[in-house]
Design a protein around this ligand. Sequence first.
Ligand code: ARG
Ligand code: ZN
Length: 881
Amino acid sequence: MRTDTGQVFRLEDYRPSDYLIPETELDFRLGDESTLVVARLTIERRPGVEKPVQLELDGDGLTLRRIEIDGEALDAADFDATPDRLVIYNPPASGRFKLLIETELAPSANAALMGLYRSSKVYCTQCEAEGFRRITYFLDRPDILSVYTVRIEALRSEAPLLLSNGNPVEAGDLEEGWHFAVWHDPFPKPSYLFALVAGDLGCIKDRFVTASGKSVELGIYVEHGKENQAGYAMDSLRRSMKWDEEVFGCEYDLDVFNIVAVSDFNMGAMENKGLNIFNDKYVLADEETATDADFANIEAIIAHEYFHNWTGNRITCRDWFQLCLKEGLTVFRDHEFSADQRSRPVKRIAEVRTLRAHQFPEDQGPLAHPVRPRRYREINNFYTPTVYEKGSEVVRMIRTILGAETFRRGMDLYFERHDGDAATIEDFLKVFEEVSDRDLSQFALWYHQAGTPNLSVTTTHNTATAKFTIELEQSVPPTPSESRKRLMHIPLAFGLVGADGKDMAFSSVEGATVEDGVIHVRKRKHVVTFEGVTERPVLSLNRGFSAPITLSIEQRPEDQIFLASHEGDAFSRWQAFNTLLTDATIAAFKSILGGKQPAFSADLTGLAGRIAGDGSLEHAFRALALALPGEADIAREIGKNIDPDAVFAGREALAREIANGNSGVFSQLYEDLRMSGSFSPDAASAGRRALRNTLLDYLAILPDGNKRAAAHFGSATNMTDRAAALAVLAHRHAGTAEAKDALAEFDKRYRGDPLVMDKWFMIQATAPGAATVDAVRALTEHPAFSIANPNRVRSLIGGFASANQTGFHRADGAGYALFTEMVLTVEKRNPQVAARLATALRSWRSLEPKRQAKARDALLSMQAKEGLSADLRDIIERTLA
Ligand code: ARG
Ligand code: ZN
């Protein structure tokens, strides 16, 4: 484990390295406890670096066995090797030489899952961001592009399959049951994209012919016996390849494309050139084991990693500060792909919900950072919702500002100009400035400035003059180490909705640039006046969530109800209803704190019933509309002094009111939505199930709700329905015979399938209430749980800490105590996963004082531990700062 050195990396300190590594040859002789790696590096002094300078290579926990330059062993006096660094004092003056380095690794002892490790007996690698230096000494930075040739030797009985990046070159037998394979990747790549897999795996194969007629062999490798769960991933891959050709003109470039699913993986997946490695959670699916959400995630992540082949691999990042260059852009691309494959409005609503649930709290708390950060202590802690999801929103805004056609021309220029480069955000913005002839310097603040901008809005209408006026004022809240903010360029899509539900025309506008239904806010204040507006319109603002901001707008409830019933932009329609629900929950929260019974308007419950039954709306849309805002979302809207028990009670009161007020409509609809016939994971069928399961959650509140949920569980023919019913039982009817039976039956049926057991852990970990703390502690002893596996840890501990407001924030601090203990236990093996878990406390300052003090104590107790990893110390100290 790398302990913290306190070193801070700064963007302004970037400078090119003195040496380049145009070619890299790696020979692996794989053994569980001892793997030998011989690296033969062609090293060149960078043109322009005149005098001979020492060569410093990165390492992390390495054991050096041999070192030679141009075939001669190096004298001890000529180099210095520590586990974390190799310095060669006087490299050959010619400036070009071959460096041979032999290191010895112990893959089975690698619990951090970075570098070369073993997952269920399979040898695999994870090198992004800085894992390659755990394999050999190297210039382990993304601007060092090298052409790799990799030779792998292993026992055939242990590892019949030997894979690396690029194209297969050669394979054959060796003595004593060993065999070998050689792979060559002609595309120069940074070390973080290196990958190797060796093991005994099953596989499905397919073929894809690219637009220009190149035939590509596709392979997906999974545990033996799971081949029939890989079909959806393969189908998603083929669709991704086709889509990227059609929409972005991006064609695949190697003879093979392989995906390997492993069960121990720190993140979702990794885009290694020609050899993507996936968390098996995002590959394996069938109706018996995967939910509709799992299918959608698989489709999105297969696409995401595939799309990286151009945005990330062909054009990579100059340094890790530029991470959003590949991640924000690739998320944008996978969002667009899913929107095209499924329902665009539904996808957009889901994206915004995710952004608000994960990125907004980050941006509004102590871990806030710009989409392109300027400093970091541990880069692994910057694979964040801000870099990914807000990064994607920024790309979306570029498209909104330029229009789809100009945006595409910008992308074409980006690919043409930067293919083979390690690029920066400045390079990226420049292509769009050139094709559009616009100045994007104010817009660029979206990359440089942290914090969620707020727009406060008031409107007036004057019937006599037929003028409609919008007053807008922007502000960007202070964030850590950025107290003064500059004014942003906010593209705000809008409509003036008339009584007939259609957008009203206006004759002229003053006070801001308005183009194609978008107000361009650039100043602190704008007074935008629309002329020729004879009737009072209802303003619909930030349509399609054109900018990732918060809006403070005084809008009458009847206007919100009007928008929720008539607005043509589906996102804004959802937003209007969601705002009504949020406001009602906040009012209930306040009543409860004041010791009063919450009361709700009949208009709201009536509207819920009408939306549920409105056949002109997609099922999935209705399901999203009826899903109440989450407790954490409500807490974020309230902002401070949060008592999670009161938030929960307020939300429950509203759910009860909606269920009681619509019992007839909901139960009729629930029956009508029953499905027969064979299962299909398509978006329409998934939407139907989603609506029916949302209705079940309401109906379960009513008398005999436990019986209905138990019947739903018992008759389920797929995992979506089964898991939904189990959650309803475990959350709404905890402790009843029905809940206990269902949990026991699920355990019995799926005990042997770890990914399905993750759902079982997660459902129990998110059961609201004080009792869950002890339940989670007990589940850590369950035979299906393993502290060494990131998926298990994230389901049980992560689920508890980030998706159980009442349990985690238990008033007596017992939730924090369990959490602290678990984070520190995980950290001993896997600092990266521990650090990610620890972010669950990022909003601690918005709690009421007693809980706040307990949360602070928990953070301080972790901070006090000696020898903390760089990963965890970074998160804890920023959270406390
Ligand atoms: N590049 C991967 C992706 O597609 C994520 C890898 C992150 N790995 C890490 N150790 N932080 O998003
Ligand atoms: Zn990515």
